[in-house]
Design a protein around this ligand. Structure first.
Ligand code: DGY
Length: 320
């Protein structure tokens, strides 16, 4: 089976890929995104595409590939870069990598929440820039978690893992908002289903853990930020498109929110001269929530398992 792999993979999976007897491999073997023109040219005649979240898989790619294309497997849990409807209409299977990045992503979400709540960026800068004079009772005071309310937008696997972790830091109330109620999470975590507005108004910490869809695109606009407590800590490790970034800048300028932690932006990478970098109360990371060696290897393996299953005429193990 002819497969296009759009990137060099983590070590063990790369070796396994090269050793797979059933695969006739075409690979963009670099540690940077495949240029669109190269993708459109290399995809011709392949039966399978192994892609990343940086590759837009749309009608144009499908047309270039041809009617023999059977499966598109992405090394990511998010699949907003794939036109799933178009693939389904052509009977092309879609594979992704659920579950394996839950823990790593939840860890980083908590890390961001802690870092911005405790003014980590200002603290590091002060220490390195010689602004650290003497211990002062009110200098660089942040806010803590005990007795506070957490609002989780999207209480799926990652949202739940974040809530569990933050409970251990003293969070006493968990509100969540999403498409449907989660009775099991309600029982296990004591989480309460809330309207979007209620969650905005009552939460001390808000974590965005939902997928980017037509419904969640630009969900957090200036109006939403204005409804939050001015003391709120806002963290997004899901997708940049869920936040209207210009409105976030305005909300920070107007002091509508206390602090922000972002692992995702629009675009990615966020240009170094972007205004968001200038706020001392805004920490930006370069989309590394799932970046542990263990998790990335696991993601790469699962995406390959999907392709190998199709090559063997079996159902894909991790499909939509
Ligand atoms: C995903 O898999 O969708 C994540 O964003 C990668 O960290």
């Amino acid at each position: 089976m002819k497969v296009l792999v759009t990137r060099l993979l983590p070590e063990h999976t790369q070796k396994r890929l090269q050793d797979e007897p059933l695969l006739d491999l075409v690979q963009w073997k670099e540690d940077r995104a495949i240029p669109r023109e190269t993708l459109l040219s290399l995809v011709k005649g392949v039966d399978a595409i192994y892609c990343l979240l940086t590759d837009k898989i749309d009608e144009q790619v499908l047309d270039c590939a041809g009617p023999q294309l059977k499966v598109v497997s992405t090394m990511s849990v998010g699949y907003d870069h794939i036109d799933v409807k178009a693939l389904k209409a052509r009977n092309i299977q879609v594979g992704y990598t659920p579950d394996c990045l839950t823990e790593a992503t939840a860890d980083l979400t908590v890390l961001l929440a802690l870092s911005v709540a405790r003014r980590m960026k200002e603290g590091i800068r002060a220490a390195e820039n010689g602004e650290w004079s003497v211990w002062r009772p009110t200098w660089l005071c942040g806010t803590q978690f005990s007795g506070k309310t957490l609002g989780v937008v999207g209480l799926g696997r990652i949202g739940e893992a974040v809530a569990k972790r933050l409970k251990a830091f003293g969070i006493t109330r968990i509100l969540y908002y999403g498409r449907s109620r989660k009775p099991q999470a309600e029982a296990e975590l004591g989480a309460e289903f809330a309207s979007f507005d209620d969650l905005l108004e009552k939460s001390d910490y808000i974590t965005v853990c939902c997928a980017l869809t037509v419904e969640t695109q630009d969900l957090f606009d200036y109006q939403a930020f204005s409804k939050m407590k001015p003391s709120v800590v806002f963290v997004n490790t899901a997708r940049g498109g869920i936040v209207k970034q210009d409105d976030l800048v305005r909300a920070l300028e107007d002091g509508k929110i206390r602090a922000v932690g972002l692992d995702v932006t629009v675009p990615e990478p966020l240009p170094v001269d972007h205004k968001l970098y200038q706020f001392p109360n805004c920490i930006i990371l370069p989309h590394i929530a799932s970046a542990t060696s263990e998790t990335r290897e696991q993601m790469a393996t699962m995406a390959l398992d999907n392709i190998v299953a199709v090559a063997n005429g079996q159902p894909i193990p991790f499909g939509l």
